[in-house]
Each structure stands twice: as C-alpha cells, then as structure tokens.
Design a binder for this molecule. Structure first.
Ligand code: 3PG
Length: 219
C-alpha cells in the first residue's frame, strides 16, 4: 500500500494498480454487506475495491462504500457502456474496470474524469486502447486467453504496456503472474468467496486480504 497516496485525490490507472498486489473483484447483492466487506478488505490492507455492475444493487453498494468507508477507494467493474460509466461516476466510483474496450467507453471515462482499466485479450485490442492513450490494461480472461505465456509474448511488441491479469487467478498462481515484468498487479474474486460472504465471515476476508498483500511483486 502506498502510504503517500492521497486516496481522496484524483487517481491514475497506474496508481490504482500499484496500491496492492491484488484488486479484488467483488459481487455484492446486499447493500448492508457492502460497507462491512469494504472495511474488512481495508483492514487487511486492500483499499482499491472493484465492485462489479452485475447485480441490481451494485450502484447502491458503490454509493454506500464511497460514503461510509473513506479509507477505501471504490471502483466499478463490469462496466460495458458509456451509460454504465456515467452511472458509476454518479454513484461515487473512483475508477472503472471493463471486460473489453470501446472508444465510446474510453471517451465516457475521460469525460467523467475516471481512470479506466480496460480488458484486452488480443494485440488489436491493445492497439485500439493505446490509440486512445491507454497503456495500463487488464488482461482478461487471463488464464483462458493464454496466461503467463501470452503476457511474455506481449512483452516484446507491447513493451510499454503494463497489465493487470484477471480471470482464473488465485493465491496459488498469482505469484507466477506477479513475477512478470509487465504485470503490476492481478485481479481476482478469491478474496471474497461467496460462501464466506454469505456467512458474513469478515475476519476471513481480512485474513485473505492480508495474505494477498504479502504476495511479492517485481521490484
Ligand atoms: C470476473 O470476471 O469475475 C473476474 O475476472 C474474476 O475472475 P475470477 O473469479 O476467475 O477471479
């Protein structure tokens, strides 16, 4: 965690990626759980939180975290359109993660002043994002689309791109990704398992976050 980072100030995508080795991918369907979960992750050292727009309650959850957990930096995930980006900006999201990239989404995030970490899985998608000025990208779905071998191959032609691989990553395989020079952090849902959330076992979430913070990153 970068203790010098002003979590209330404007952030870049790189700052979002650099704050911890893992960005948790979170699915919330209960606003009551949102604040408790966010506090549990922050207690474990993870403050960049990606709340996915996959439930009807997601925007309310983002709003609640933005309002009640000032030590967290809540972002929105699964953002797929300009309208999504505008809605999550209104809800108080501070960054945006998307499963793919479109020019319209890039423009909407720029207009809203939100850093965007867009998903890419091919060279053409990387080039489209770079054309719009984005060089910090999410590699999604990482395991399914080629894993570490793909990132190594991209290191040649796309040596100026830094990645956050997400999809199929867990505590066991995260170190292999984090050891790659073009990987800044990884994303994953393993810090917030559905059964642990359903039981409200927040100390377990904090323990998983602590463990994630101890994962090594390239220096
Ligand atoms: C997702 O789409 O849910 C994210 O990529 C997380 O994937 P994971 O559950 O494999 O970590």
């Amino acid at each position: 965690m970068d203790m010098n980072l002003d979590v209330n100030g404007k952030l870049t995508a790189l700052q979002v990626m650099q704050d911890a080795p893992v960005i948790p991918v979170i699915v919330l369907s209960d606003v009551g759980q949102a604040v408790l979960l966010a506090r549990a992750l922050v207690a474990g050292g993870i403050r960049m939180l990606e709340v996915t727009l996959r439930t009807p309650q997601a925007l309310s959850c983002i709003e609640a975290i933005a309002r009640d957990v000032p030590e967290a930096v809540v972002g929105a995930g699964t953002v797929r359109s300009a309208a999504d980006a505008q809605a999550c900006a209104m809800a108080g999201a501070r960054f945006v993660v998307s499963p793919g990239y479109t020019h319209a989404l890039g423009q909407a995030c720029r207009d809203a002043g939100l850093p965007l970490l867009p998903g890419v899985a091919t060279g053409s998608e990387i080039m489209a994002a770079q054309e719009d000025g984005l060089s910090e990208l999410k590699f999604f779905p990482a395991m399914q689309a080629g894993g570490q071998a793909m990132l190594k191959a991209w290191g040649g032609p796309f040596g100026d791109v830094r990645f956050c691989p997400t999809g199929g990553i867990n505590a066991a395989n995260a170190p292999e990704f984090l050891a790659l020079p073009n990987v800044v952090c990884v994303g994953g849902s393993w810090l917030t398992p559905a059964d642990v959330m359903a039981r409200g076992n927040w100390s377990q979430v904090t323990a998983l976050a602590h463990q994630a913070c101890r994962l090594a990153r390239p220096s």
